[in-house]
Design a protein around this ligand. Structure first.
Ligand code: B12
Ligand code: SF4
Length: 482
């Protein structure tokens, strides 16, 4: 069994509710605990913070005191005193149960609890009994309205907003509320929302979610990146490459910063080699690509508009030739997958020297076309959302059993994190090999170290020198490319 200490598995116990008085105009924003998958690196949970809470913080009126607590930083349960007047909790389906527990605890102390986030959007009825008010959709528009209504004593049970306003009107996230030392970088950036695709398994195809592709002014993004003072930024956009013309403009704005960054893009970003070159020159050192499957029939079942799987290898090579590492994301358990999918996917990942790969057991998120299909076919095994974490089989696959799917998932992670696989995937350019090996071993094979670093708030201190070295190496590489 891989290393999984209790603090990575179990939420911290909550003490008895405090009897202290409620502190007016104090709002606490919470990211609840979720159990970690021991097959993957613990590092990914402290790579960079979600922007949900910092974005809300930026919209909080100046006369409110706003604070942040992320239970996944292993600093214990959120503070009970002073008792906040308002507690805002971000709810995803995997940690909905914990979010409800926290809501009960704070409500017992007299706080008003506001629930928002993806799970509130897809399952509002389930969330409603646990909240004084629900925020369904874009919190940037809703949070200040909710606080105003609380001040005026007219809080409504439900607020709703779509994602159709001008994205340039959103304020920059308030990153200064974050405990910097606890993240590899606090520069999570978001330049766009939405995606040109609507894959049947993706939360973007949730009923009622209206999110056209919206883009922010590239100059504003570059300013945020510069202002936060970190050498490395992570774009948390669903797909930074949905509009190549926009990505090109963004790259022009980022290039003078001489910083490095990574982003999720769909593989069609490689349709135009000159765009890949612009990305490299602007500091892109890694992309997270949702290949999803190497079987075209699976991709068309999912309604993903994507190049043929046979062309993936050439496209990966184009990214590598520009010094861009590839973290491939694969979904396992599609209807055309049988037990051979695990070895085939692992072999392909090694043959094409993907520096990193992330695997997900196919998971039907409530409200999506995939969920409706599985429910109609009677293939859902249960609705215990805590297990809807892409590490468990929650449906009956077509060509294997649920147990075989989970075993295959565990096997493929073990294989990809093995010494021989790490070595097989080393870059062809020998100058890049030492840094690749150092990063791979520290990221993939050091969960004990990660646990220690997270517990002691040392993530930033220990990783910073390595990140700065990567930046300097990339700046040299850019000079050669120019
Ligand atoms: C950063 C990130 C992470 C980080 C941090 C996660 C965390 N919770 O701390 C890391 C890398 C650790 C991570 C891990 C995982 N993640 Co993740 N992650 C993201 C990512 C890329 C960005 C989140 C973000 O910052 N969005 C930007 C903010 C501004 O948008 P938002 O979160 O939607 O918030 C807005 C509204 O929802 C609302 N809102 C949100 N909260 C609240 C609260 C209140 C009070 C109010 C008023 C409003 C409000 O207002 C905000 C502004 O509009 C998203 C994809 C995406 N682009 O959103 C996936 C995503 C959230 N992750 C996802 C998944 C599946 C996972 C994993 C399970 C994957 C895995 N197998 O490892 C893990 C485990 C986490 C878990 N168990 O939940 C899915 C969730 C799907 C679902 N339906 O629940 C997403 C949507 C990706 C996807 N395309 O499928 N993730
Ligand atoms: S390409 Fe990715 S982000 Fe876009 S809809 Fe499909 S899964 Fe979601």
């Amino acid at each position: 069994m891989p290393y999984l200490p209790a603090p990575m598995r179990l939420a911290p116990p909550l003490p008895l509710p405090s009897r202290a008085p409620v502190q007016p105009r104090y709002a606490l924003l919470l990211n609840p605990f979720y159990p970690k998958d021991p097959h993957a690196s613990f590092g990914k949970h402290v790579l960079t913070p979600t922007l949900a809470l910092t974005t809300l913080a930026a919209t909080t009126p100046a006369h409110w005191d706003v604070r942040y607590w992320d239970e996944n930083l292993l600093m214990g349960p959120p503070p009970a005193t002073p008792v906040p007047e308002v507690v805002g909790i971000s709810v995803h389906l995997t940690f909905a149960r914990r979010a409800f527990e926290l809501a009960r605890w704070y409500r017992a102390m007299g706080s008003k609890v506001i629930l928002g986030g993806l799970h509130v959007l897809s399952c509002p009825e389930e969330c409603a009994p646990h909240a004084d008010a629900l925020a369904v959709g874009d919190g940037v528009q809703l949070w200040p309205r909710i606080l105003r209504d609380i001040e005026a004593g007219r809080l409504q049970p439900r607020y709703a907003a779509t994602y159709e306003n001008d994205y340039n009107d959103d304020p920059a996230p308030l990153r200064k509320i974050l405990p910097r030392g606890h993240f590899l970088t606090t520069t999570s950036l978001i330049a766009t929302r939405g995606c040109h695709n609507r894959c049947g398994f993706c939360y973007l195809s949730t009923d009622g979610l209206r999110m056209p592709y919206r883009m922010r002014d590239p100059a504003q993004i570059a300013r945020e990146f510069a202002d936060n003072g970190e050498p490395y930024g992570v774009f948390v956009d669903n797909n930074l490459g949905s509009r190549p013309d926009y990505l090109r403009k963004l790259c022009h704005a980022l290039r003078p910063l001489e910083k490095i960054w990574s982003a999720a893009v769909s593989i069609d970003v490689t349709d135009d080699a000159s765009l890949v070159r612009e990305m490299a020159l602007a500091g892109c050192t890694g992309v997270f690509v949702g290949f999803e499957s190497l079987t075209d029939a699976n991709l068309s079942d999912a309604r993903k508009k994507t190049p043929k799987a046979a062309d993936y290898a050439r496209r990966v090579r184009l990214l590598h030739d520009h010094g861009i590492q590839v973290n491939g994301s694969f979904v396992l358990g599609f209807d055309h997958d049988d037990k051979s999918v695990f070895a085939r996917t692992a072999d392909w990942t090694e043959e094409n020297r993907l520096e990193c790969a992330t695997f997900h057991i196919m998971t039907p998120y409530p409200g999506t076309p995939l969920f409706r299909q599985m429910e109609a076919e009677g293939r859902l095994l249960h609705k215990d959302w805590t297990l809807y974490d892409t590490a468990h089989a929650v449906f009956r696959p077509k060509h294997m059993t649920a147990e075989e799917l989970e075993e295959g998932y565990s096997w493929i992670y073990r294989r990809l994190f093995s010494h021989s696989s790490i070595w097989a995937r080393r870059p062809e350019d020998w100058r890049a090999v030492p840094a690749y090996l150092a990063m791979s071993y520290l990221y993939k094979r050091s969960n004990r170290l990660w646990h220690w670093l997270i517990r002691h708030g040392k993530v930033h201190a220990v990783w910073s020198p390595l990140v700065e070295l990567s930046r300097l190496r990339h700046v040299r590489f850019r000079r050669e490319l120019e």
